[in-house]
Design a protein around this ligand. Structure first.
Ligand code: UT7
Length: 328
Protein backbone atom coordinates (compact mmCIF):
# COMPACT_ATOMS: atom_id res chain seq x y z
CA UNK A 1 0.00 0.00 0.00
CA UNK A 2 2.83 2.36 0.87
CA UNK A 3 3.91 2.40 -2.78
CA UNK A 4 0.46 3.56 -3.85
CA UNK A 5 0.40 6.56 -1.54
CA UNK A 6 3.97 7.54 -2.42
CA UNK A 7 3.43 7.09 -6.12
CA UNK A 8 3.94 9.97 -8.51
CA UNK A 9 1.96 10.87 -11.59
CA UNK A 10 4.35 10.89 -14.54
CA UNK A 11 4.15 12.94 -17.72
CA UNK A 12 4.75 10.29 -20.39
CA UNK A 13 3.89 12.18 -23.59
CA UNK A 14 3.48 15.72 -24.93
CA UNK A 15 1.94 17.24 -28.04
CA UNK A 16 0.81 20.51 -29.54
CA UNK A 17 -1.19 21.93 -32.43
CA UNK A 18 -1.01 25.45 -33.86
CA UNK A 19 -3.21 26.93 -36.59
CA UNK A 20 -1.45 27.46 -39.92
CA UNK A 21 -2.38 31.12 -40.33
CA UNK A 22 0.36 33.45 -39.08
CA UNK A 23 -0.45 37.07 -38.19
CA UNK A 24 2.65 39.25 -37.99
CA UNK A 25 3.21 42.46 -36.02
CA UNK A 26 3.55 44.32 -39.32
CA UNK A 27 0.14 43.08 -40.45
CA UNK A 28 -1.33 44.19 -37.11
CA UNK A 29 0.20 47.62 -37.53
CA UNK A 30 -1.91 48.00 -40.67
CA UNK A 31 -5.06 47.14 -38.66
CA UNK A 32 -4.53 49.33 -35.52
CA UNK A 33 -2.23 52.17 -34.44
CA UNK A 34 0.72 50.03 -33.33
CA UNK A 35 4.16 48.97 -34.57
CA UNK A 36 6.40 45.92 -34.71
CA UNK A 37 8.86 47.89 -32.55
CA UNK A 38 6.30 48.62 -29.77
CA UNK A 39 4.95 45.06 -29.62
CA UNK A 40 8.42 43.47 -29.72
CA UNK A 41 10.02 45.67 -27.09
CA UNK A 42 7.02 45.68 -24.68
CA UNK A 43 6.10 41.98 -24.97
CA UNK A 44 8.65 39.92 -26.97
CA UNK A 45 5.84 38.90 -29.35
CA UNK A 46 6.52 38.93 -33.11
CA UNK A 47 3.89 36.61 -34.58
CA UNK A 48 0.80 34.76 -33.45
CA UNK A 49 -1.31 31.99 -35.00
CA UNK A 50 -4.96 32.60 -35.83
CA UNK A 51 -7.57 29.82 -36.13
CA UNK A 52 -9.56 29.78 -39.36
CA UNK A 53 -11.11 26.33 -39.79
CA UNK A 54 -9.74 25.08 -36.45
CA UNK A 55 -11.79 24.76 -33.26
CA UNK A 56 -10.64 24.42 -29.64
CA UNK A 57 -11.55 20.72 -29.82
CA UNK A 58 -9.97 20.00 -33.22
CA UNK A 59 -6.68 21.54 -32.06
CA UNK A 60 -7.00 19.86 -28.65
CA UNK A 61 -7.55 16.50 -30.37
CA UNK A 62 -4.49 16.96 -32.64
CA UNK A 63 -2.30 17.85 -29.65
CA UNK A 64 -3.71 14.86 -27.73
CA UNK A 65 -3.03 12.48 -30.64
CA UNK A 66 0.64 13.51 -30.72
CA UNK A 67 0.95 13.04 -26.94
CA UNK A 68 -0.74 9.61 -27.15
CA UNK A 69 1.49 8.50 -30.02
CA UNK A 70 4.63 9.65 -28.25
CA UNK A 71 3.66 7.86 -25.03
CA UNK A 72 2.58 4.73 -26.93
CA UNK A 73 -0.81 4.98 -25.21
CA UNK A 74 -4.02 3.82 -26.87
CA UNK A 75 -6.89 6.32 -26.68
CA UNK A 76 -9.13 3.62 -25.20
CA UNK A 77 -6.76 3.33 -22.21
CA UNK A 78 -7.41 6.96 -21.16
CA UNK A 79 -9.64 7.19 -18.06
CA UNK A 80 -9.88 10.98 -17.80
CA UNK A 81 -9.69 14.00 -20.12
CA UNK A 82 -9.49 17.52 -18.69
CA UNK A 83 -9.49 20.47 -21.09
CA UNK A 84 -8.30 23.80 -19.72
CA UNK A 85 -9.96 26.48 -21.80
CA UNK A 86 -11.68 29.85 -21.51
CA UNK A 87 -12.66 30.08 -25.16
CA UNK A 88 -14.80 26.99 -25.76
CA UNK A 89 -17.26 27.10 -28.65
CA UNK A 90 -20.02 25.62 -26.48
CA UNK A 91 -21.16 26.20 -22.90
CA UNK A 92 -22.02 22.51 -23.14
CA UNK A 93 -20.98 19.91 -24.05
CA UNK A 94 -17.56 20.59 -22.59
CA UNK A 95 -14.52 20.73 -24.87
CA UNK A 96 -13.00 17.61 -23.27
CA UNK A 97 -16.02 15.55 -24.43
CA UNK A 98 -15.65 16.87 -27.97
CA UNK A 99 -11.96 15.93 -27.89
CA UNK A 100 -12.93 12.49 -26.55
CA UNK A 101 -15.12 11.92 -29.61
CA UNK A 102 -12.37 13.03 -32.04
CA UNK A 103 -9.72 10.74 -30.55
CA UNK A 104 -11.97 7.78 -29.63
CA UNK A 105 -11.18 7.71 -25.90
CA UNK A 106 -14.53 6.10 -25.21
CA UNK A 107 -13.83 5.09 -21.62
CA UNK A 108 -12.78 8.52 -20.35
CA UNK A 109 -14.59 10.85 -17.96
CA UNK A 110 -14.45 14.38 -19.36
CA UNK A 111 -14.68 17.91 -18.03
CA UNK A 112 -13.26 21.39 -18.59
CA UNK A 113 -11.61 23.76 -16.16
CA UNK A 114 -11.84 27.51 -16.56
CA UNK A 115 -8.96 29.32 -14.87
CA UNK A 116 -7.83 31.35 -17.89
CA UNK A 117 -4.03 31.44 -18.26
CA UNK A 118 -3.54 29.37 -15.07
CA UNK A 119 -5.93 26.69 -16.37
CA UNK A 120 -3.34 24.12 -17.44
CA UNK A 121 -1.56 24.23 -14.06
CA UNK A 122 -4.85 23.78 -12.20
CA UNK A 123 -5.99 20.99 -14.55
CA UNK A 124 -2.70 19.10 -14.05
CA UNK A 125 -3.08 19.47 -10.30
CA UNK A 126 -6.66 18.08 -10.43
CA UNK A 127 -5.68 15.15 -12.67
CA UNK A 128 -2.76 14.31 -10.37
CA UNK A 129 -5.08 14.36 -7.34
CA UNK A 130 -7.65 12.15 -9.11
CA UNK A 131 -4.95 9.65 -10.10
CA UNK A 132 -3.64 9.54 -6.53
CA UNK A 133 -7.18 9.08 -5.19
CA UNK A 134 -7.46 5.88 -7.27
CA UNK A 135 -9.73 4.92 -10.14
CA UNK A 136 -7.86 6.94 -12.77
CA UNK A 137 -4.66 5.43 -14.18
CA UNK A 138 -4.09 7.38 -17.36
CA UNK A 139 -5.24 10.92 -18.12
CA UNK A 140 -5.02 13.49 -20.86
CA UNK A 141 -4.66 17.12 -19.79
CA UNK A 142 -5.07 19.63 -22.59
CA UNK A 143 -4.82 23.42 -22.78
CA UNK A 144 -6.65 24.75 -25.84
CA UNK A 145 -7.67 28.28 -26.76
CA UNK A 146 -9.02 30.37 -29.60
CA UNK A 147 -8.25 33.75 -28.08
CA UNK A 148 -8.68 35.49 -31.46
CA UNK A 149 -12.45 35.04 -31.11
CA UNK A 150 -12.46 36.89 -27.77
CA UNK A 151 -10.75 40.07 -28.89
CA UNK A 152 -11.82 43.54 -29.94
CA UNK A 153 -9.62 43.87 -33.01
CA UNK A 154 -9.78 47.67 -32.77
CA UNK A 155 -8.32 47.69 -29.20
CA UNK A 156 -4.56 47.90 -29.72
CA UNK A 157 -3.85 47.50 -26.00
CA UNK A 158 -5.12 43.90 -26.09
CA UNK A 159 -5.45 42.55 -29.65
CA UNK A 160 -1.68 42.48 -30.25
CA UNK A 161 -1.07 40.17 -27.30
CA UNK A 162 -2.94 36.94 -27.91
CA UNK A 163 -2.85 33.92 -30.22
CA UNK A 164 -4.52 30.52 -30.73
CA UNK A 165 -3.26 26.98 -30.15
CA UNK A 166 -3.36 23.81 -28.07
CA UNK A 167 -0.98 21.62 -26.08
CA UNK A 168 -1.47 18.28 -24.33
CA UNK A 169 0.18 15.84 -21.96
CA UNK A 170 -0.52 12.20 -21.16
CA UNK A 171 -0.29 11.39 -17.45
CA UNK A 172 0.41 7.92 -16.10
CA UNK A 173 -0.26 6.88 -12.51
CA UNK A 174 0.96 3.34 -12.93
CA UNK A 175 3.83 2.37 -10.63
CA UNK A 176 6.85 0.88 -12.34
CA UNK A 177 6.17 -2.36 -10.49
CA UNK A 178 2.77 -2.61 -12.20
CA UNK A 179 4.82 -3.63 -15.20
CA UNK A 180 6.82 -6.18 -13.25
CA UNK A 181 9.73 -3.79 -12.76
CA UNK A 182 11.29 -2.46 -9.59
CA UNK A 183 9.05 0.17 -7.92
CA UNK A 184 10.85 3.49 -7.95
CA UNK A 185 7.87 5.74 -7.40
CA UNK A 186 8.35 6.32 -3.67
CA UNK A 187 11.96 7.48 -4.06
CA UNK A 188 12.89 11.14 -3.75
CA UNK A 189 14.28 11.30 -7.28
CA UNK A 190 11.36 9.42 -8.89
CA UNK A 191 9.76 10.88 -12.01
CA UNK A 192 6.44 12.65 -11.70
CA UNK A 193 4.52 15.58 -10.27
CA UNK A 194 6.10 16.31 -6.90
CA UNK A 195 4.27 19.35 -5.55
CA UNK A 196 1.74 22.04 -6.45
CA UNK A 197 0.98 25.53 -5.19
CA UNK A 198 -2.16 27.16 -6.59
CA UNK A 199 -4.01 30.35 -5.62
CA UNK A 200 -6.71 32.83 -6.59
CA UNK A 201 -7.51 36.38 -5.54
CA UNK A 202 -11.08 37.07 -6.63
CA UNK A 203 -11.03 40.51 -5.04
CA UNK A 204 -8.88 41.63 -7.99
CA UNK A 205 -10.83 39.68 -10.61
CA UNK A 206 -12.09 42.64 -12.57
CA UNK A 207 -8.63 43.79 -13.70
CA UNK A 208 -8.74 41.11 -16.43
CA UNK A 209 -12.12 40.10 -17.84
CA UNK A 210 -13.88 38.58 -20.83
CA UNK A 211 -17.66 38.28 -20.88
CA UNK A 212 -20.26 36.52 -23.00
CA UNK A 213 -20.69 39.63 -25.13
CA UNK A 214 -17.62 41.63 -24.11
CA UNK A 215 -14.08 41.11 -25.40
CA UNK A 216 -10.93 40.66 -23.32
CA UNK A 217 -10.35 43.78 -21.26
CA UNK A 218 -7.26 44.22 -19.11
CA UNK A 219 -5.50 46.67 -16.87
CA UNK A 220 -2.15 45.57 -18.26
CA UNK A 221 0.04 47.30 -15.69
CA UNK A 222 -1.92 45.85 -12.75
CA UNK A 223 -1.65 42.35 -14.18
CA UNK A 224 2.05 42.88 -14.90
CA UNK A 225 2.75 43.99 -11.30
CA UNK A 226 0.73 41.07 -9.92
CA UNK A 227 2.59 38.53 -12.08
CA UNK A 228 6.12 39.69 -11.26
CA UNK A 229 5.29 39.52 -7.52
CA UNK A 230 3.18 36.35 -7.25
CA UNK A 231 5.01 34.06 -9.69
CA UNK A 232 8.40 34.21 -7.90
CA UNK A 233 6.61 33.86 -4.53
CA UNK A 234 4.83 30.71 -5.72
CA UNK A 235 8.05 29.26 -7.16
CA UNK A 236 9.88 29.96 -3.87
CA UNK A 237 7.07 28.19 -1.98
CA UNK A 238 7.48 24.91 -3.89
CA UNK A 239 11.28 25.16 -3.79
CA UNK A 240 11.35 25.73 -0.04
CA UNK A 241 8.82 22.99 0.71
CA UNK A 242 11.02 20.53 -1.17
CA UNK A 243 14.38 21.72 0.19
CA UNK A 244 15.50 22.92 -3.21
CA UNK A 245 17.26 26.07 -4.36
CA UNK A 246 16.36 27.95 -7.53
CA UNK A 247 19.60 26.61 -9.07
CA UNK A 248 18.50 22.99 -8.59
CA UNK A 249 15.79 23.43 -11.25
CA UNK A 250 16.85 22.53 -14.79
CA UNK A 251 14.11 24.45 -16.57
CA UNK A 252 11.35 26.95 -15.70
CA UNK A 253 8.35 26.76 -18.02
CA UNK A 254 6.28 29.89 -17.45
CA UNK A 255 3.04 31.09 -19.01
CA UNK A 256 4.02 32.97 -22.17
CA UNK A 257 2.38 36.37 -21.66
CA UNK A 258 5.29 38.77 -21.84
CA UNK A 259 9.06 38.30 -22.13
CA UNK A 260 9.57 41.17 -19.65
CA UNK A 261 7.59 39.24 -17.01
CA UNK A 262 9.81 36.19 -17.56
CA UNK A 263 12.98 38.31 -17.37
CA UNK A 264 11.75 39.87 -14.14
CA UNK A 265 10.98 36.46 -12.57
CA UNK A 266 14.45 35.20 -13.58
CA UNK A 267 16.03 38.29 -12.03
CA UNK A 268 14.09 37.92 -8.78
CA UNK A 269 15.24 34.31 -8.51
CA UNK A 270 18.80 35.46 -9.38
CA UNK A 271 18.89 33.10 -12.34
CA UNK A 272 20.11 33.34 -15.89
CA UNK A 273 17.30 33.76 -18.47
CA UNK A 274 18.77 30.64 -20.16
CA UNK A 275 16.77 28.53 -17.69
CA UNK A 276 13.54 30.15 -18.91
CA UNK A 277 12.82 29.00 -22.46
CA UNK A 278 10.22 31.07 -24.28
CA UNK A 279 8.29 31.02 -27.54
CA UNK A 280 5.84 33.94 -27.27
CA UNK A 281 7.79 35.47 -30.19
CA UNK A 282 6.14 32.87 -32.46
CA UNK A 283 2.74 32.31 -30.85
CA UNK A 284 1.88 35.28 -28.61
CA UNK A 285 -0.11 34.62 -25.43
CA UNK A 286 -2.15 31.44 -25.96
CA UNK A 287 -3.59 31.52 -22.41
CA UNK A 288 -4.10 27.99 -20.98
CA UNK A 289 -2.32 26.47 -23.99
CA UNK A 290 0.99 28.29 -23.63
CA UNK A 291 2.65 26.00 -21.07
CA UNK A 292 1.83 22.66 -22.77
CA UNK A 293 2.74 24.10 -26.21
CA UNK A 294 6.17 25.10 -24.87
CA UNK A 295 6.58 21.78 -23.05
CA UNK A 296 5.86 19.86 -26.27
CA UNK A 297 8.27 22.03 -28.25
CA UNK A 298 11.11 21.57 -25.73
CA UNK A 299 10.47 17.81 -25.65
CA UNK A 300 10.43 17.53 -29.45
CA UNK A 301 13.71 19.46 -29.68
CA UNK A 302 15.31 17.36 -26.89
CA UNK A 303 15.88 20.49 -24.80
CA UNK A 304 14.41 18.69 -21.78
CA UNK A 305 15.12 15.07 -20.87
CA UNK A 306 14.23 12.30 -18.47
CA UNK A 307 15.42 13.13 -14.94
CA UNK A 308 15.21 16.91 -15.39
CA UNK A 309 13.58 18.91 -12.62
CA UNK A 310 11.04 21.41 -13.96
CA UNK A 311 8.93 24.20 -12.50
CA UNK A 312 5.76 25.05 -14.45
CA UNK A 313 4.09 28.36 -13.50
CA UNK A 314 0.86 29.92 -14.70
CA UNK A 315 -0.79 33.26 -13.90
CA UNK A 316 -3.69 35.31 -15.19
CA UNK A 317 -7.36 36.11 -14.83
CA UNK A 318 -9.03 35.41 -11.50
CA UNK A 319 -6.59 36.69 -10.56
CA UNK A 320 -5.01 33.26 -10.38
CA UNK A 321 -1.52 31.85 -10.18
CA UNK A 322 0.31 28.66 -9.35
CA UNK A 323 3.36 26.45 -9.79
CA UNK A 324 4.05 22.76 -10.16
CA UNK A 325 7.30 20.94 -9.41
CA UNK A 326 7.86 18.02 -11.79
CA UNK A 327 10.65 15.47 -12.27
CA UNK A 328 10.62 14.23 -15.87
O1 UT7 B 1 -2.10 36.14 -19.84
C1 UT7 B 1 -2.80 36.86 -18.90
C2 UT7 B 1 -1.89 37.71 -18.15
N1 UT7 B 1 -1.62 38.93 -18.88
C3 UT7 B 1 -0.45 39.53 -18.72
O2 UT7 B 1 0.41 39.01 -18.04
C4 UT7 B 1 -0.24 40.88 -19.33
C5 UT7 B 1 0.49 41.76 -18.35
N2 UT7 B 1 0.71 43.12 -18.86
C6 UT7 B 1 1.56 43.38 -19.85
O3 UT7 B 1 2.17 42.50 -20.40
C7 UT7 B 1 1.80 44.83 -20.22
O4 UT7 B 1 1.21 45.66 -19.25
C8 UT7 B 1 1.24 45.21 -21.65
C9 UT7 B 1 2.09 44.54 -22.70
C10 UT7 B 1 -0.19 44.76 -21.76
C11 UT7 B 1 1.33 46.71 -21.85
O5 UT7 B 1 2.67 47.15 -21.68
P1 UT7 B 1 3.00 48.42 -20.76
O6 UT7 B 1 4.44 48.64 -20.81
O7 UT7 B 1 2.35 48.16 -19.43
O8 UT7 B 1 2.27 49.58 -21.57
P2 UT7 B 1 1.15 50.58 -21.05
O9 UT7 B 1 -0.16 49.88 -20.94
O10 UT7 B 1 1.66 51.33 -19.86
O11 UT7 B 1 1.07 51.59 -22.26
C12 UT7 B 1 2.15 52.45 -22.56
C13 UT7 B 1 1.78 53.28 -23.76
C14 UT7 B 1 0.42 53.97 -23.63
O12 UT7 B 1 0.53 55.24 -24.26
P3 UT7 B 1 0.75 56.59 -23.38
O13 UT7 B 1 -0.43 56.65 -22.44
O14 UT7 B 1 2.05 56.37 -22.68
O15 UT7 B 1 0.77 57.63 -24.42
C15 UT7 B 1 -0.50 53.12 -24.42
O16 UT7 B 1 -1.60 53.81 -24.95
O17 UT7 B 1 1.67 52.44 -24.91
C16 UT7 B 1 0.40 52.65 -25.54
N3 UT7 B 1 0.00 51.41 -26.15
C17 UT7 B 1 0.39 51.04 -27.38
N4 UT7 B 1 1.15 51.66 -28.29
C18 UT7 B 1 1.38 51.01 -29.45
C19 UT7 B 1 -0.76 50.41 -25.63
N5 UT7 B 1 -0.87 49.39 -26.52
C20 UT7 B 1 -0.17 49.77 -27.60
C21 UT7 B 1 0.10 49.15 -28.83
N6 UT7 B 1 0.88 49.80 -29.72
N7 UT7 B 1 -0.36 47.92 -29.15
Amino acid sequence: MKGKYNMRTRIIGTGSCLPEKILTNDELSRMVDTSDEWIKTRTGIENRRIAKEETTYSMGAEAAKEALLQSKTAAEDIDLIIAATSSAEYAFPNTASLIQKEIGADGAACFDVSVACSGFIVALNIADAMIKAGGVKKALVIGTEIMSGQLDWSDRSVCVLFGDGAGAVVLDGNCQHDKGQECNSGKANASGIIDADIHSDGSRGLVLTCGKDTPVNMNGQEVFKFAVKKVPESIQTVLKRNNLTADDIDCYILHQANLRIIESVAKRLKLDIEKFPHNMDKYGNTSAASIPILLAELNREHRIKSGDLLVLSGFGAGLSWGSLLVRL
